[in-house]
Design a protein around this ligand. Structure first.
Ligand SMILES: *[C@@H]1O[C@H](CO)[C@@H](O)[C@H](O)[C@H]1NC(C)=O
Length: 406
């Protein structure tokens, strides 16, 4: 259209245009009011709107790392109850060991892979299960699709264990795992894990498979983000920025003392959780975060486990040990500092302990994140197919655990 034509028809066109604009504006206004009413006056909370899995914001980091974490459950734990339970487990161990045959006295566990799940999940993860079974010649494979009935009778002398197992379904999965690994030893792996490399070919642990290392427990780093801001932690549904995993754990020897402590803490923490007065501040905190954060990790899972490992190392390692944190109190506690960006296996064997007593620790190996925790979108975990990735874990398929970010 040329300039002159535009001027010629300007009058009519303008009037028509104005009416149309007005009508459009009116429709838009009504639509917005309706939308506003729909969202603002929604009488029930729509959780989908509150926590929609939209593209999350980029993580925010802070300038100072956090290498220690204080659990609410520790602040309120009944220490005398814990000590009593621990003593009972120690005497059970003593009794079992006194009856062992000579060739069993070294406590070396059978080469055995344990998986525990439900019948439905066993069906759904069938090929993954076969991979574990078929990939590891010379290893016995044990799958439970219901709580193992032959387990609890072994702990008859400690009635609190069966009681807690019966009364608190939320801890069952973790408790049964620790009980099996403590009593029998062996390799536990969650149902959503893929055995990418056979145990005997997994370079970082091959010395343990061959019995050439003095360790009774092998664990791996799973979360390694100590610089995450509290705001991002919250967004990701994390309680803390670092931790060892417990979806895959291996007890090459029976009666590992760290696992013993895990049994005690699991029961103690669930009792704390139960005892929190309804409507108290701590309960409100827990229920508020509970809607999108899985607090079970702090009661009996990876968070709790991470704490006891750091604690046992702080108590047991020689005074000048290199993994002690110079900035963590006069006693130089072992914090997360030396586990950050670990590239090699950390061997913490008996010769590094403060005294010769093996009551609390009998050798621990910590694997870098890429061995059992690769393929995550954080913590520099490396790709699932990297050379040292021996086990792949489907992070976050369970809706409640670590929602979006592994
Ligand atoms: C702590 O545990 C002991 C031993 O089981 C028990 O007698 C005591 O009542 C418990 N204390 C509290 C405050 O629950």
């Amino acid at each position: 259209m040329s300039y002159s034509e535009d001027v010629l028809h300007g009058g009519d066109a303008m009037r028509f245009h104005r009416v149309r604009t007005l009508r459009r504006a009116l429709i838009a206004l009504i639509a917005s009011i309706l939308l506003y009413i729909l969202f603002a006056y929604e009488p029930v909370n729509i959780p989908v709107l509150a926590f929609s899995p939209s593209t999350p914001d980029a993580p925010v980091y802070q300038s100072r790392p956090v290498y220690e974490y204080t659990s609410l459950y520790r602040l309120r734990a009944n220490i005398s109850f814990e000590e009593r339970l621990e003593e009972q487990l120690v005497s059970l161990e003593r009794e079992v060991r006194s009856k062992l045959l000579k060739e069993e006295k070294d406590l070396v566990a059978k080469k055995r892979i344990w998986q525990i799940t439900t019948p439905d999940l066993a069906e759904a993860w069938k090929s993954w299960i076969s991979q574990w079974r078929d990939n590891n010649a010379g290893w016995e494979y044990k799958l439970y699709t219901s709580p193992p009935t032959d387990l609890m009778p072994l702990f008859d002398s400690i009635p609190q264990i069966a009681e807690a197992n019966q009364k608190f379904p939320s801890i069952r999965e973790d408790l049964v795992r620790y009980l099996i690994l403590w009593y029998h030893g062996g390799f536990y792996t969650a149902i959503d894990t893929w055995d990418r490399v056979a145990m005997r070919d997994c370079q970082p642990i091959v010395k343990v498979v061959e019995g050439k290392r003095d360790v009774s427990l092998v664990i791996g780093v799973d979360d390694d983000e100590p610089y995450l801001s509290s705001q991002t932690l919250k967004q990701w549904g994390w309680m803390r920025g670092f931790g060892f995993g417990q979806a895959v754990m291996w007890a090459p020897r029976r009666f590992d003392p760290i696992l013993r402590r895990a049994i005690v803490r699991t029961i103690s923490h669930v009792l704390v959780q139960e005892s929190l007065p309804k409507g108290s501040w701590s309960q409100r905190q827990l229920s508020r975060i509970g809607s999108h954060i899985d607090t079970s990790g702090e009661v009996s899972g990876a968070g709790m486990f991470t704490d006891i490992v750091l604690e046992v190392l702080s108590e047991s390692l020689a005074d000048g040990h290199e993994i002690r944190d110079r900035d963590a109190g006069l006693e130089r506690r072992v914090s997360w500092k030396k586990f950050r960006h670990m590239k090699e296996v950390m061997w913490l064997e008996r010769n590094q302990l403060k005294d010769k007593s093996d009551e609390d620790m009998r050798g621990l190996a910590v694997l870098p994140i890429n061995v059992w925790g690769s393929g995550q979108t954080h913590s520099k975990s490396g790709p699932s197919e990297s050379d040292d990735a021996c086990v792949n874990h489907v992070h976050g398929w369970r809706p409640k655990r670590h929602k979006i970010f592994g």
